[in-house]
Design a binder for this molecule. Structure first.
Ligand code: ATR
Length: 287
């Protein structure tokens, strides 16, 4: 039998995982609170078997990322309604008999808006993409009282499927410019990610109107070409780093039952990503 005798063990599991920023963020949180906890990144390929091993070794909680979030939902016990609706679990917590599951991705989105005092109520929303991240976004937007939600996906049929499930609209990605005006735009595809068409825009910039809110879930780079363009055109921009911070904060709070040191988590991520300076509220805003 192996058990942690002093230091509590936590991890992010996924594949590939070597570039994850979660260990830097979480270990900073533990450091500033003087907690005897360590958080590591673990390459996990055989989810069922590896989760069993991690439970036996004594891990207290796990962040779950690509490609395991949907499968983790099936393995976890004690799910809440948001994890079920989104169809994915990004957080596991040790219980006596196995792993409890939650989804904090949608909380990360809600808090990214709340912390900036941005209202979603009644707004017309565009969601680019119809994958796992998109489902968390749609759920969050609905929780915040969004008005009409329109999904624009490359594979139109997939967009329609998700739209039917969440009772919203779908349009082909190529027709997005004919879709009317949007007050909030979420970018959930990998387009713009480093090594994935860095300076490519997922949609024409024609849809970017001054005063609208644009959030890109990509955080590598922190300021994608899409967000830079949006800001130039007078939009309010939110980086995927905000979601990373707040979904992590919600994980921390579920695991330990106390507030996460969000400012310290933000500071360390800003340092390691060399992100452009924030505004006076501590947000990642391009000046
Ligand atoms: P995630 O969990 O990060 O959302 P995913 O479930 O694989 O990942 O979903 C990826 C989304 O990005 C999909 O909506 C995908 O569109 P398709 O349904 O057509 O595959 C979208 N996507 C991926 N690459 C894209 C690209 N080059 N252009 C436009 N959309 C893209």
């Amino acid at each position: 039998m192996i058990r942690p005798a002093q230091t509590q063990l936590y991890a992010v599991i996924g594949t590939p995982i070597s570039h994850s920023l979660s260990p830097v963020m979480m270990n900073e949180a533990f450091n500033v609170l003087n907690m005897n906890v360590v958080y590591v990144a673990l390459e996990v390929t055989n989810l069922e078997q590896d989760l069993e091993t991690l439970w036996r070794v004594g891990f207290g909680g796990l962040s779950v990322t690509i490609p395991h979030k949907e499968r983790a939902l099936k393995i976890a016990s004690d799910l809440d309604s948001s994890a079920k609706a989104i169809g994915a679990v990004n957080t596991l917590k040790r219980s006596k008999n196995g792993w409890q599951g939650r989804n904090t991705d949608w909380i990360g989105i809600v808090r990214s808006f709340q912390e900036r005092g941005i209202q979603m109520h009644g707004k017309r929303v565009l969601v680019i993409g119809a994958g796992g991240a998109s489902r968390a976004v749609i759920y969050a937007a609905k929780q915040m009282g969004a008005g009409e939600i329109v999904i624009a996906n490359r594979t139109y049929e997939k967009g329609v499927e998700v739209a039917e499930e969440f009772e919203c609209e779908a349009i082909p990605l190529d027709d997005v410019t004919a879709g009317g005006e949007f007050e909030v735009i979420f970018q959930t595809t990998p387009v713009g990610m480093s090594g994935y068409g860095d300076d490519k825009l997922p949609v024409s910039s024609v849809i970017l109107k001054p005063g609208s809110v644009v959030m890109d879930l990509v955080y590598n780079p922190v300021w994608t070409a899409f967000l830079r363009k949006a800001r130039k055109l007078g939009c309010i921009v939110i980086s995927g780093l905000d979601m990373l911070i707040y979904q992590g904060a919600a994980q921390f709070e579920w695991w330990f039952g106390m507030p996460a040191p969000v400012a310290a988590m933000r500071r360390v991520l800003q340092k390691v990503t060399k992100a452009e300076q924030n505004d006076d509220k501590g947000n990642f805003t391009i000046r």
